[in-house]
Design a protein around this ligand. Structure first.
Ligand SMILES: CC(C)(COP(=O)(O)OP(=O)(O)OC[C@H]1O[C@@H](n2cnc3c(N)ncnc32)[C@H](O)[C@@H]1OP(=O)(O)O)[C@@H](O)C(=O)NCCC(=O)NCCS
Length: 295
């Protein structure tokens, strides 16, 4: 297709005008500011943007692909993500988005990705392209064996260059937080989501060499959001390290490595996770991706 006045471009995000144009489109359409990434090392270098541009790097429509290596049911899966899908209102209904999805999916297949994941509140937009909804669950930890006392954590601060360097170093070498279903490597969304949230605490437990991302929830509920480490500590060790006395801990990921009992309940969030790929790669049993991995 060749819409009047628009030019198609495909490229990574290392070109500052392209990144600026995508940032502006996301701010205009979703009121979402991704420019914080500029202070934290820039956008994901694996990104590939599929875009229809007007004059002067003005962006009418965009869809961005990026590498999203996953652990699914104990297997390392070469997966990718799709994000930043938007068309300006005056260009909607012309088939621009369908064109971008088709181009992106051809690119994924050419690159040999095994699966593609995305979040959406409009699953109908993607079902016709082979995506299926992966129902997510909420996990509530029930019982675990308490760990022995360890030195208190150090609260990490994004504004401190040494802390930011440590967070980035640990993200680069992290182990998936679950063997059942988790992101294996993806630093930028963790950094951006944490930056944009005003109540996420990042505590570094030196004895465990682990960064624990968590927040105080409602009442005495604690929300365990993510663990950045090369060895995932048990929930008992985390409770001891953070000196958490509450028995109610909501876990924002599959808790198979936490050595605790947990109950799972279906999540009815209208924002759903979808996957395109062979049926044998779809996870068995209840799953969840943490909000800090959202893209
Ligand atoms: C949703 C959006 C990307 C569609 O862009 P568009 O260029 O108007 O879409 P197209 O004209 O290419 O239509 C593609 C298909 O999607 C369908 N579609 C369009 N909007 C849809 C919606 N809101 N929900 C479900 N399907 C939709 C069209 O009917 C069309 O179906 P077809 O391929 O069977 O003919 C655009 O409306 C938009 O940017 N919305 C705001 C941001 C947003 O929601 N982004 C998607 C995030 S997951």
């Amino acid at each position: 297709m060749q819409p009047k006045g628009l030019t198609f471009r495909q490229g990574d995000l290392s070109h500052p005008p392209s990144w600026a144009a995508i940032s502006k489109l996301l701010a205009d359409i979703f009121d979402f500011d991704v420019t914080a990434l500029d202070r934290m090392g820039g956008p994901d270098p694996s990104s590939m943007a599929f875009s229809w541009f007007g004059k002067d790097s003005w962006l009418a429509a965009n869809l961005t692909a990026f590498a999203l290596p996953m652990a699914i049911d104990g297997r390392a899966v070469r997966a990718a993500g799709l994000q930043s899908g938007a068309v300006r209102p005056e260009f909607r209904g012309l088939g621009l988005f369908r064109d971008l999805i088709e181009k992106a999916l051809t690119w994924y297949d050419d690159q040999g990705f095994e699966a593609v994941l995305l979040y959406t509140d409009k699953p109908g937009l993607y079902e016709k392209h082979g995506f299926v909804v992966l129902p997510q669950s909420r996990f509530l930890a029930e019982t675990c064996v308490a760990g022995s006392a360890i030195p208190p954590p150090r609260r990490m601060d994004f504004g401190d260059p040494d802390d930011l360097a440590l967070i980035k170093k640990m993200l680069a070498r992290r182990k998936p937080v679950s063997d059942r279903f988790a992101v294996a490597r993806q630093s930028e969304m963790f950094l951006l989501n944490t930056w944009l949230s005003d109540d996420v605490r990042l505590d570094y437990l030196q004895t465990l060499d682990a960064i624990i991302a968590w927040r105080q929830g409602e009442g005495d509920m604690v929300e365990l959001l993510d663990i950045v480490a090369t060895t995932i500590p048990t929930l008992g060790d985390i409770q001891a390290g953070l000196n958490l006395t509450t028995g109610r801990i909501a876990v924002d990921f599959v808790p198979d490595l936490l050595a605790c009992n947990a109950t799972a309940a279906m999540d009815d969030d209208p924002l759903v996770l979808m996957m395109r790929g062979p049926a044998h790669l779809r996870p068995a049993g209840p799953i969840r991706l943490p909000e800090l991995a959202h893209f």
